[in-house]
Design a protein around this ligand. Structure first.
Ligand code: MCA
Ligand code: AMP
Length: 486
């Protein structure tokens, strides 16, 4: 397919996007996207520019992102709950020409120094011109490293098309499928796979705002579509399993999807087993990163493989390397190496950060993931952890310990801080902060968690805060996070 969204080029009355009771057809989405392109022209936004889009689940959001892609404009998707400090960083770094928000929502923040616009697009039936698959940037996805503020990963039309086609192959994903999910529309999982994937393959996305097990179940059994695939992070599967105990209707709903897919973090063997015991259905895992999109997936034609994320997708070269980045040939499911990948889905680089890009992407196109894994004789990958414990995965969100530490140090009561990820049955990892206060300051954990939620975003807030007289340090003065449980 030489067109990024072929179904929008031949748009018709087939359903494309459902949110609660609302639904929009391909033709309506194409019409709204064209209206957005007209608005871009009126406001002087041109190819190569960037536009920030507040990612509320709505027709206008999808239309703005598709319209931007058509116009050669990169979308910077923004979490509507983004805190003031992180928002200021993203605006400063990505310098959007325009900040866009659907009219039926409030602009969640003052868009600092950038013209902002709220618009409503009336669903009118149209078809879209082709969007050629080339190196144009479609998305700037902000993602955390171990230290410093989040970096903007530049994702191109080719990255998206290559990855979605590989997933279509692995999962037999076609226009007959409706994806049901409740993931934020700001990351690879919810946005690239959930929304763009459905649109590229000609199926539909049924979006459930505000995750609840009952909300997902209702969407799965919605008679407006027949064949569904459920996309969720492990925390959601954990909560689905908890809720399904003694809830026959929920168990029944979870038996319905053609495929249950988990990703963004490891799904524990325990959750695999619980879902299987409750529903008789297994969960297919896949593994990826913002910078590479999805690298491995258990194929739909293969039974689920608890503990393994499957083989590399078609078109993805994968190797395990040692500390010096020398290739490890072992296929013994025992030798542990860092995962490196090369494919058309590997990003262009981090915006304005050549240094950080060069640290993870070599001249031959290999991207070094920081994830540690083994590989079986048949090529299935088992992810065991990360090289750095300062990168935390909580609820499927990637959070850097360093960015939370830097944020807490801005609070006047805090003298020293160390942040670690603690094992957690629900979130996978729970953000824990160990603090030394300035002399005479009162211990107020809720205020400090609220400070992080306001400044960065709510999911980055520490769930545990412990006050210490001093942080454990080694002879060199380095904080010993291992002694704190990290
Ligand atoms: C709570 N809230 C607060 C505070 N405390 N707000 C302000 N200040 C506070 N102190 C609010 C939150 O805003 C939220 O509101 C509500 O309380 C609950 O928040 P929280 O406890 O943080 O949510 P949760 O229940 O723990 O969320 C669990 C979740 C979420 C739904 C599973 O973690 C989630 O959506 N995860 C998805 C992450 C994801 O998409 N990752 C993909 C990365 P309200 O309810 O109104 O919002 S892409 C990727 O990884 C790749 C490529 C891949 O492989 O997929
Ligand atoms: P993000 O950039 O937010 O997508 O985070 C990417 C990271 O999520 C990877 O480097 C892995 O550490 C982790 N990850 C994603 N999918 C899986 C999975 N199925 N199993 C284990 N870890 C995963």
């Amino acid at each position: 397919m030489s067109d990024l969204f072929p179904r929008l080029t031949h748009a018709d009355s087939r359903l494309a996007f459902l949110v609660d009771g609302d639904s929009w057809t391909y033709a309506e989405l194409a019409g709204a996207a064209l209206e957005h392109v007209t608005l871009l022209e009126r406001t002087g936004v041109t190819a190569g520019d960037r536009v920030a889009v507040w990612a509320q689940p709505d027709l206008c959001t999808a239309a703005a992102m598709i319209g931007n892609a058509l116009a050669g404009v990169a979308t910077v998707p923004l979490n509507p709950k983004l805190g003031s400090g992180e928002l200021a960083h993203i605006f400063e770094d990505s310098t959007p020409k325009l900040a866009f928000c659907c009219e039926r929502h409030e602009l969640p923040h003052e868009a600092v120094g950038v013209p902002s616009l709220r618009a409503a697009y009336l669903p009118q039936s149209e078809t879209l011109p082709e969007i050629p698959i080339d190196e144009s940037a479609v998305l700037i996805l902000y993602t955390s490293g171990t230290t410093g503020p989040p970096k903007g990963a530049v994702i191109t039309r080719r990255n998206i098309a290559a990855n979605l086609d590989a997933l279509s192959d692995a999962w037999d994903w076609t226009e007959r499928d409706t994806v049901v999910h409740s993931l934020p529309l700001i990351h690879a999982h919810g946005l690239v796979l959930g929304l763009f994937g459905s649109l590229r393959l000609g199926g539909a996305l049924h979006y459930v705002p505000g995750f609840t097990p009952d909300g997902l179940a209702a969407a799965i059994v919605d008679p407006r579509h027949e064949q569904t695939m459920l996309f969720a992070v492990p925390t959601m599967f954990h909560r689905l399993a908890e809720a399904a105990k003694g809830d026959a209707d929920l168990c029944e709903a979870l038996r319905r999807p053609r495929l249950l897919v988990s990703g963004s973090a490891a799904l524990s063997l325990r959750e695999h087993q619980r879902i299987r015991a409750l529903t008789g259905r297994g969960v297919h895992e896949r593994y990826g990163l913002t910078e590479t999109l999805i690298n491995c997936a258990v194929p739909a034609s293969h039974p689920p493989m608890p503990g393994y994320v499957g083989p590399p997708l078609p078109g993805v070269e994968l190797k395990l390397v040692d500390d010096q980045r020398r290739e490890l040939e072992a296929h013994d499911d025992q030798t542990i190496g860092e995962v490196a990948v090369r494919s058309d889905a590997v990003f262009k680089g981090y915006l304005n950060r050549e240094d950080a890009t060069a640290a993870v992407l070599d001249d031959a196109g290999w991207f070094y993931t920081g994830d540690l894994a083994t590989r079986t004789e048949a090529g299935a990958i088992r992810i065991l952890g990360r090289r750095s414990t300062d990168l935390i995965k909580t609820g499927g969100y990637r959070v850097g310990a360093g960015e939370i530490e830097a944020c807490l140090l801005e609070h006047p009561s805090v003298r020293e801080v160390a942040v670690v990820g603690m094992p957690d049955d629900d979130l996978g990892q729970r953000i824990a902060a160990f603090l030394v206060l300035q002399p005479g300051e009162a211990e107020d954990a809720a205020a400090l968690a609220g400070f992080v939620a306001e400044h960065l975003s709510p999911h980055k807030r520490p769930r545990d805060i412990e006050f210490l007289a001093e942080l454990p340090r080694n002879a060199m003065g380095k904080v010993q996070k291992k002694l704190l449980g990290g």
